[in-house]
Write a protein that binds this ligand. Structure first.
Ligand SMILES: [Zn+2]
Length: 561
């Protein structure tokens, strides 16, 4: 019999970062938790904690200044109950530190003269003994919560698999002046005001224990020079990524946390649903990784500037139905052996996304060894193409291949190469993109075979497909396909704008060598030779659209632009 443990549902929580201006930046308020508590033992934390019943008190709205539940909920992106998070942040701050973000009357922020401070300290003690609720104190003291003074900052969710999980909204606020913080000597035993970068240094030297979200939050706070600047940033409407860390294993076998934006994040999140921390956060050539049902990835040992961690080969299928290999990679004996060894059944099909030298050259030898049939589009007549690839079956756009016990649909996506195709494993909404989409770097579009106009159209084509993950020719699995495609489209538009500006700035017909310095001034010069290829692709697009003129090697703005 197997015992199943119900997954731990994250508890709603609120945390507040109190900040104050100092001569060389900002300082934030942190409290040291006692080692006698279960959660965050001995850690330095921002004041905060789980929401409680009283935070949803029916009278709460009348005790809040400048914020109602509707706009609070909208800001947090939830249906209702948003205001309770603001109240919880203020309540926890008062409970743990004695600092009360409140108004006496409607306009005067509490400063707490000595007699007031003593009275509130007594009430705080009664609250700790559960004799009074926070609401009782607000009502009794005729204080209103300064909900207009704290701004929503970020959203963190504890990893799956942890015994205590919190769904925490982080807020920022200017520290109330004229009040002195006092630890509660119950959960918290010490307090500091510290510059965010200093806190990180102290953590590195072992003087301060910090949790992962706290470290990441401090890193994000470090660049702010004034509290006002921080608050303005926090208040700006912007999409907020849910920061739900996952645990991965690095090369040294040490587990570490990853957040959205880290290359291996989406893959680990997909593959390690219980967050056991067993997935690698690096790509090891030759090491098979199961990335889906009957889908393996084996990366070739050809890492480099253009190939990232190396070219990914994918194996789809099983012993019963046979195996299809997507992109057997460069001609590396070792890699071919690794593919044959990793295949869970006989390799019967070899599919190539395109015929650049890092993707298809191993086909001939792999075919010799296995007798598999080759699928793809023939190489165009250019020097950087693998002319040895002569497909047994020439694939066509939207053709459905019934192979390896499944259906793989062909999507022709010219641009990076005229014969670039993507393969969509329909049963898993998993698209093998070759170099049409790659992780972590901009795809080079190199005329005459590469075409910017076709590339952009091929990117838009992906928005029509049902895709959950991209399995790129280089890099880890990528989630949020539509967002990724949009991001690339925007990036290309920005570059085109820079190319137009470069033509204008040059003021007379100019060569690629001159234009690349202007249009790619944000790119290291060592990459300019490669950048010139994509620059040419942009210029050819502009020429086709009658926005630029070409005269031999020289380019200029069209006269009507
Ligand atoms: Zn490639």
């Amino acid at each position: 019999m197997t015992s199943s443990v119900a997954p731990v549902v994250p508890r709603p929580a609120a945390t507040v970062i109190l900040a104050r201006n100092v001569s060389d930046g900002i300082e934030v308020f942190m409290m040291e938790r006692t080692t006698a508590v279960e959660f965050a033992k001995g850690m330095h934390v921002f004041p905060g904690g789980a929401l409680d019943r009283t935070d949803h008190h029916p009278e709460i709205a009348s005790l809040c200044v400048g914020l109602d539940d509707k706009s609070a909920s909208e800001t947090l992106g939830i249906e209702q109950g948003g205001l309770a998070y603001w109240i919880a942040a203020i309540r926890e701050c008062f409970e743990e530190s004695g600092l009360l973000l409140g108004y006496r009357g409607n306009d005067r922020l509490l400063e707490l003269a000595t007699d007031e401070a003593d009275r509130l300290a007594a009430l705080r003690l009664e609250m700790a003994q559960s004799k009074l609720s926070f609401i009782d104190i607000l009502l009794k003291e005729q204080v209103k919560a300064a909900t207009d003074r704290i701004a929503y900052y970020s959203h963190w969710v504890t990893q799956a698999g942890r015994p205590r999980r919190y769904d925490t909204r982080f807020f920022v606020a200017q520290a109330p002046e004229g009040q002195t913080a006092l630890e509660d000597n119950h959960e918290t035993v010490g307090q500091i005001w510290v510059r965010p970068d200093q806190a990180i240094d102290l953590h590195r030297s072992g003087a301060l224990n910090l949790m992962f979200p706290t470290i990441k939050t401090l890193e994000s706070l470090a660049p702010f020079k004034y509290v006002e600047e921080l608050l303005e940033y926090a208040r700006k409407p912007r999409p907020r990524q849910v920061m739900a860390p996952v645990t991965g294993m690095d090369r040294a076998g040490v587990s570490h946390n990853l957040i959205p934006g880290d290359f291996a994040y989406a893959e680990i999140k997909k593959l390690d649903t219980d967050n056991q921390g067993t997935c690698c956060s690096y790509i090891q050539p030759g090491q098979p990784v199961t990335i889906g049902q009957d889908v393996l990835r084996v990366t070739a040992a050809n890492p480099g500037m253009m190939t990232g961690p190396g070219t990914n080969s994918y194996l789809i299928g099983n012993a019963e139905h046979g195996v299809a290999v997507i992109d057997p990679g460069p001609l590396l004996e070792e890699h071919i052996e690794a593919l044959i060894a990793a295949a869970p059944g006989p390799i019967r099909w070899i599919l190539c996304t395109h015929t650049h030298l890092d993707h298809s050259p191993a086909s001939t030898l792999l075919k010799q060894r296995t007798g598999a049939a080759t699928y793809g589009m023939p190489p165009p007549p250019f020097p950087n193409q693998d002319q040895s690839f002569t497909p047994d079956h020439i694939v066509t756009h939207h053709e459905r291949l019934n192979i390896a016990g499944t259906v793989i649909r062909v999507v022709h996506t010219p641009g990076h190469a005229s014969n670039q195709v993507c393969f969509l494993l329909e049963s898993q909404n998993l698209m093998f993109t070759g170099d049409h989409i790659m992780q972590g770097s901009t795809v080079v579009i190199s005329p005459p075979d590469g075409s910017m106009i076709e590339y952009l159209a091929s990117l838009r084509l992906l928005l029509d497909e049902k895709i959950d993950y991209f399995a790129p020719g280089h890099g880890f699995l990528m989630d949020k396909p539509a967002e990724n495609v949009d991001r690339i489209l925007i990036h290309r538009q920005e570059r085109e704008n820079k190319v137009m500006a470069a033509l204008k700035k040059a003021g007379k017909p100019a060569s690629l060598e001159v234009l690349v310095k202007l249009a790619y001034d944000d790119t290291p010069e060592r990459l300019h030779a490669v950048a010139q290829k994509s620059l040419l692709a942009h210029l050819e697009k502009l020429r086709t659209q009658a926005r630029a003129n070409q005269d031999g090697n020289l380019w200029s703005l069209a006269s009507h632009v």
